[in-house]
Design a protein around this ligand. Structure first.
Ligand code: UD1
Ligand code: UDP
Length: 364
């Protein structure tokens, strides 16, 4: 299927706002071609979290960039809804596509709903059942507003069914992260060179990321995590999200960070190379949980809950922010994951989602 067969030019608005949305929507946007009208809410605005990902993922600049970054959650959502409403009034799309669970996603869904535009939610049906997470509220509301929920796994389909969302509103697609990894994963030699460029030996370092409020906004949890990372035998490469940089300054954690190999956020291809070359991943990221199952590197998830239970027990173990990360690392280090299949599909989630969307638009 090429999008030009089915969708009119600029008829599908894709609303995104953060790094993982750009990564996970890139293949779908490229499949849409001329049909895509990309609106970036500006939730992420640092080039290393946003701008640099467009060329790297083979995308043109967004058609529209709104500037809601750095504002409170309610203000981000409110302003984005207002601006999207104005845009959709000028040029009403045939559908709005959103991906994941960020503030940008909720804003896209609310604005589409207010203009009676069909909503397609990519990565629908994830549930942490943890109401402390803003993402849980964003994803629940978005799923309930959506006309088409593209659910990565059967677990996600079941979550939606438990809330009364089923029938033609739901299609199981796999996760679009698989396409992104398959397209950009560097060769083994490049992976090794990427590790050495960071001053570590392939297979003998830990790659870590942290940005969740439960970990970095809480001074005690953030300190405990950094102490545990600093206590590991292997060197730790830590590409630090701007939120985590700011919180470390506020909490006075600079001396602990100095014991780790802290770097700025890394481009996607290089990050994938490091993930594949690492002995172990330690992270609170959603996307890293999925990627661990694709590149087959064991993972310690440091969070109170996860919306990705599919990977726990095989590819990953989970420990709470205050728990002993060292013990969890020992449990996972050296685990051979080569015999396990990723639960996120075969790399056709973007195509399947667009086929389902085309059918819905034609049937409307
Ligand atoms: C957001 C998403 C989270 C997602 C993450 C991906 C919500 C509620 N949170 O979290 O689900 O996992 O993106 O990375 O939607 N900041 C900068 N530069 C930027 C962006 C942010 O300095 O380009 C700083 C600002 O101080 C900002 C803070 O980080 O206030 C938090 O940013 P925000 O986008 O609200 O949340 P994230 O933690 O990035
Ligand atoms: N990532 C990246 N560079 C980095 C850190 C992460 O490209 O320095 C990628 C990672 O591979 C994954 C995505 O960013 O695909 C995850 O983003 P993040 O952890 O910010 O958000 P989440 O997935 O938790 O919503």
């Amino acid at each position: 299927m090429t999008s030009t067969d089915v969708f009119a030019p600029k008829s599908i608005a894709v609303v995104l706002g953060t790094r993982p949305e750009i990564i996970k929507l890139a293949h779908l946007i490229r499949l849409l071609g001329d049909a895509a009208f990309v609106v970036h809410t500006g939730q992420h605005y640092d080039p290393k979290l946003s701008g640099s990902f467009f060329p790297e993922m083979g995308l043109q600049e967004p058609d529209v960039f709104l500037a809601v970054g750095g504002l409170t959650r309610g203000t981000q959502i409110g302003i984005a809804v207002q601006k999207l409403d104005e845009l959709f009034a000028e040029r009403t799309p045939d559908a709005v596509v959103v991906q994941g669970d960020t503030n940008a996603v909720l804003a896209g869904a609310v604005a589409a709903n207010a203009r009676n535009v069909l909503i397609c939610h990519i990565e629908a049906g994830l549930r942490s059942f943890d109401r402390n997470m803003p993402e849980e509220h964003n994803r629940v509301v978005t799923d309930h507003l959506s006309d088409l929920c593209c659910a990565p796994t059967q677990v996600n389909v079941d979550n939606l069914a438990a809330e009364g969302i089923g029938g033609e509103r739901v299609v199981e697609t796999g996760n679009t992260i698989v396409e992104a990894v398959l397209e950009l994963l560097p060769s083994k030699e490049e992976q090794q060179a990427m590790a050495r460029a960071h001053g570590v030996e392939p297979g003998a370092f830990v790659l870590s990321t942290f940005h969740r409020p439960e970990n970095v906004d809480d001074p005690a949890n953030y300190r405990t995590i950094l102490e545990h990372l600093a206590g590991l035998e292997l060197p730790v490469v830590l590409p630090l999200h701007p939120r985590s940089v700011k919180r470390a300054e506020e909490h006075g954690l600079g001396s602990l960070l100095a014991k780790l190999r802290v770097v700025e956020p890394i481009g996607y291809r290089e990050f994938l190379g490091l993930e594949a070359a690492a002995a172990l991943l330690i992270s609170d990221s959603g996307g890293v949980q999925e990627e661990a199952s694709i590149v087959k590197t064991p993972l310690v998830v440091v969070r109170n809950s996860t919306e990705r239970p599919e990977v726990i027990g095989t590819f990953a173990t989970r420990c709470t922010p205050g728990a002993d990360i060292g013990a969890a690392a020992t449990e996972m280090l050296g685990r051979d994951l080569s015999g396990f299949e990723s639960p996120y599909g075969d790399g056709s989630a973007s195509r399947r989602s667009l086929e389902a969307l085309a059918a819905r638009i034609q049937g409307r």
